[in-house]
Design a protein around this ligand. Sequence first.
Ligand code: HSE
Length: 303
Amino acid sequence: MEVTIKSPASSANLGPCFDCAGIAFPLYNYVKVRKTNDKKIRVIIDEKNDVREFIVDEKNIIFQSLKRFHEKINIDNTGYDVKIETNIPIARGLGSSASVISGALIGANELNGKPLKKNDLIDIAASIEGHPDNTTPALVGGFVIASIEDDGHVLYEKINWCKDWKISVCIPDYKLLTELARSVLPQKVDFKDAVYNIQKSAQLITALTTHNADIMKSALNDKIHQPYREKLVPGMSEIIKFLKKEKNVLGCVLSGAGPTLAVITDDDNICNVEKIVHKVWYDLDIKYEIMTFAPEENGATVV
Ligand code: HSE
C-alpha cells in the first residue's frame, strides 16, 4: 500500500518573529510513502523529471523522521520507499525540508493505522528541524506562531491572515543552505536590538488581529537575523530599501533563512515590486522567479 501526501511550502520568521512564526503557501511537494520489508529507507527524488534514488542513513531528515516515528510508536521500522515529487525549490527559504518531513511523518502514520495524533507529529517534525516555524505551518496550514516549550512539546496557535494582504516570494536561482545562514548569526545580540524585535513581533500580531496596515508596515522589520544574513543575499538591502517607498508594500523580509525575499503587499498589484526586484537583481546578473500567494489554510494532507 502506498499513500501520497500533498505538503505545502512555508515562509518562516516574517521578519521579526525569528524561529517562532511561519506561513504556509499553496505550492506543494508530493510525498509518496510505501512500506517495504528490507529495513532500508530508500528516497527517490523527482525534481522536474530528473529522478535520483538513494538509500539514506542517520544524516538524512527522512531517515530521522521515520526513525523517530517508530521509536514513538514502539514498533519496528521494517523499511520504506519515499518518493518526493519536488515543486518547492530546495534551499531557498521556502520550507522544502519541512514539507518533506511533514509528508514522511503523515505517510508513515497513515500506513501504520494512525497511531499518533497531529500534535505528536508536530513535535517530532520540530525536533528534527530544531525550530518549529516551518514544520508547524507545513502540518497545520495558515499563519502560525509556534515554539518548542521546555518539555519538548510544540505550543502553537493559528492567527487569521488579513485576506487583502498578499505575499510575493522573489526566488533567486541559487541555493543558500540554512546551516550557512545560521552560522553567520551572532552568539549574543545587543539589548536594544532584542527590545526592537520584541516590539516588532508584538506589532505583527497586533496588525494581524486588527488588520492594521500601518502597524504591519512598522512590524515587518528585524535587527537580529536579517542584518547578519544580508551579505549572503546580494541586492537584498537595496530591494528592501526601494520597496519601503512603494505605497502598496507593507514590507519586504527574508523568507526563512533566505535567499528568497517575501514581499507583503496590501493588494495583489505587484507591478512595481517586479520592476524593483528586476532592476536590482538584473544588474547583479541574478535570475529569479516571483510567485504571489494568499496563505494555504490546510497543512499537509493525504490525497
Ligand atoms: N527560523 C529559521 C531560520 C528558518 O531563520 O534560520 C529556516 O529554517
